[in-house]
Every structure is written in structure tokens, then in C-alpha cells.
Design a protein around this ligand. Structure first.
Ligand code: HEC
Length: 146
């Protein structure tokens, strides 16, 4: 189990480095690379499947419970910190389409911290909607929107 966690840690660090390399691209080259085709249309995802990918790809920065305190974030001294996804006051105000964009395009794509990686090359659109469905289940106060 320890070994598995270590591998995951290394993987996240790799992902993080890779994201920094995207920084050198122009906005157009970047959009082409992540194959962003236009406006996202919100879909209902499956939170249970989202939870699995969250544990795999997100918890090293966003924390095991999504509180924004994962180990890679503290080692890399990220500023701003990864968002606390359990903070319903903030998260419930965010539209699902906007969350989709952040996850697909990364922070760079939406004028947020470049430390938030672009997952457009790793996750399918369906997997991203599953992640959003999961995020909606961990917010307190609970999410009651679309
Ligand atoms: C390498 C670290 C890292 C990883 C891995 C990571 N994030 Fe982030 N994420 C960040 C940081 C840093 C921010 C804060 C960006 C800012 O506020 O400018 C952030 C912000 C966000 C936001 C908030 C955007 C907003 O509207 O304010 C969402 C949603 C998000 N991440 C989802 C995810 C999901 C889902 C995953 C896994 C598929 C993930 N992140 C993986 C670092 C990471």
C-alpha cells in the first residue's frame, strides 16, 4: 500500500511538471493541444466513478477529502493553494460548465493558477462530468443547483 501511494505521489509530480511545460505554449497552441472544441454542455455524471478518478488524479493536491491540503501542494508550496472542494459557499456558486473548463483546460486555460493541471489529454469528457458530479457530493453546505 505504501509503495502504491509513493508511485501515485511521483505520478502527480510528473503531471505537475508536465503542466508547467504547457505554460510555454501560446493560447492557441494550448487549446489545440487539449482539443477544446467550444462551449461545454453540462451533463449529469456518475459520482461513484468520479470518486475513483478523484482519488487517482486529484487528492495529491486537493487532499484526500478534497479540503485543499494534499501532500504535493505542501511540498511544492503552492500559492494559491489548491481549492477546498468541500467549501460549499465557494463551490456551489461555480457553474458546472466553469468547473468543466478548469478541469479540462487547467488553471492556465481559465486565468487561474497554472499549478492546476489540464486533464483534457488524460480524461474523457464523460470522466470529467463524473468528477464534477463527485465534487457536488462533497460540498458543505450541500449543492442544490443544476
Ligand atoms: C498539481 C496539483 C493539482 C492537481 C493534481 C489538481 N489540482 Fe485542481 N487546483 C490546483 C490549484 C493550485 C488550484 C487553485 C487555482 C487557483 O485558485 O488559481 C486548483 C483549483 C481547482 C478547482 C477550482 C477552480 C475554481 O473554480 O476556482 C477545481 C474545480 C479543481 N482544481 C479540480 C481538480 C480536479 C477535479 C482534479 C483532478 C482531476 C484536480 N483539480 C487536480 C492544483 C491541482
Amino acid at each position: 500500500m505504501k509503495r502504491y501511494l509513493f508511485m501515485l505521489f511521483i505520478f502527480t509530480f510528473f503531471l505537475f511538471g508536465f503542466t508547467l511545460s504547457l505554460y510555454a505554449l501560446s493560447a492557441d497552441e494550448f487549446l489545440e493541444k487539449v482539443k477544446f472544441t467550444g462551449k461545454p454542455v453540462a451533463k449529469k455524471g456518475n459520482p461513484a466513478e468520479g470518486k475513483e478518478n478523484y482519488a487517482m488524479f486529484c487528492t495529491n493536491c486537493h487532499g484526500e477529502k478534497g479540503e485543499g491540503n494534499g501532500p504535493v501542494a505542501s511540498v511544492a508550496k503552492m500559492d494559491p493553494k489548491p481549492k477546498n472542494h468541500t467549501d460549499g459557499k465557494y463551490m456551489n456558486e461555480r457553474k458546472s460548465e466553469d468547473l468543466f473548463k478548469v478541469i479540462k483546460l487547467g488553471g492556465k486555460g481559465v486565468d487561474k493558477s497554472v499549478y492546476m493541471p489540464a486533464f483534457g489529454m488524460i480524461l474523457s469528457e464523460e470522466e470529467i462530468w463524473n468528477l464534477i458530479a463527485y465534487l457536488r457530493t462533497i460540498a458543505a453546505p450541500p449543492y442544490s443547483g443544476n
